[in-house]
Design a protein around this ligand. Structure first.
Ligand code: BEZ
Ligand code: FE
Length: 302
């Protein structure tokens, strides 16, 4: 493999001074910014961006290519497709922002990426209801509790759940306006909840655009580890955006958006055909699975 050298250390002092002077001038141009946070953000961005350009000795051709790439990301983005978020996801920027903003608090459940497939007005189902809406896949009973970090049940927490079908597509990726594989429900007075979903299966993030080309060019896979999304909201609690992953999934180590956290990996235990279901649902000769996810919400403002 050809080793590409960082040449910064071999740059003549005069050249270095030219480059440093420019960075200092640009930093100074934000000095009078009246909004202190905006000033901090812009000066931090310039500092790191200039350091990157100097560090890799960016060529003009590469700079042009980067502009073309970002232009393509903009062109493919519309109301249904957000390629910038996808780019942020595959660069680990989404996950790092989540890490920075969701510091560990006692035993609160960890957060992970939101992804582009959440829909605001998913149907409400009762506890024990089915989110599948006809989506194909192995039925999976999911149950658990919602508690606060002192162990008290959180009744009436709003639990949004969404997932891809067994073919690896979310309902919004089909063109027929179906609503499937998503719903919301509320925890009961003891903080308990349960629903029927589908056993999660792995799927690729949308990779037919510039982000897909970037993954291809860099030898990276577009696959996400199998998962089931949750967003949980309750008064006086920090909103939790997370998913659960499947024990034993080979993709756990390679999730292309770096969303996997060990605490979120759960056993999805397959039940042989004919095993009685928790709510008496008749599944004929189909197998089904069972998973438990106890959700702990941090206090708001933590
Ligand atoms: C998802 O899990 O739905 C997702 C997350 C990041 C990028 C693409 C998809
Ligand atoms: Fe997803």
């Amino acid at each position: 493999m050809t080793e590409i050298q960082n040449t910064e250390s071999t740059i003549p002092t005069e050249q270095s001074q030219v480059e440093e002077t420019l960075t200092a001038n640009v930093l100074r141009s934000f000095e009078d910014c009246q909004d202190p946070r905006l000033k901090q953000l812009m000066q931090g961005l310039v500092k790191h961006l200039h350091a990157f350009i100097r560090d890799v000795r960016l060529t003009e051709e590469e700079w042009n290519k980067a502009i073309e790439f970002l232009t393509a990301v903009g062109h493919i983005t519309d109301d249904r497709r957000q390629e910038f978020i996808l780019l942020s996801d595959v660069l680990g920027a989404s996950m790092q922002t989540i890490n920075v903003n969701n510091a560990a608090y006692k035993d609160a459940t960890e957060a992970t990426v939101f992804g582009p497939f959440f829909v605001d007005d998913a149907p409400e189902i009762p506890i024990g209801g089915d989110i599948a809406g006809g989506a194909p896949g192995q039925p999976c009973w999911v149950e658990g509790t919602v508690t606060d970090t002192d162990g008290n049940p959180v009744p009436n927490a709003r639990i949004e759940v969404w997932e891809a079908d067994e073919d690896g597509f979310y309902d919004v990726q089909y063109t027929d306006d179906r609503v499937a594989g998503r719903a919301h429900l509320f925890s009961d007075q003891d903080g308990q909840y349960s629903f029927w979903g589908l056993t999660p299966t792995p799927y690729p993030i949308p990779h037919d655009g510039p982000v897909g080309q970037l993954l291809e060019a860099t030898g990276r896979s577009p696959m996400r580890a199998s998962h089931l999304h949750f967003m949980v909201t309750a008064p006086e609690c920090r909103t939790l955006v997370t998913h659960i992953f499947v024990t034993g999934d080979e993709l756990l180590k390679y999730d292309t958006v770096f969303g996997v956290k060990q605490s979120l990996v759960k056993d999805f235990v397959e039940q042989p055909a004919g095993t009685p279901t928790p709510d008496g649902r008749a599944l004929g000769d189909a197998t089904w699975a069972k998973a438990r996810f106890d959700i702990v919400l941090a206090p708001a403002g933590t």
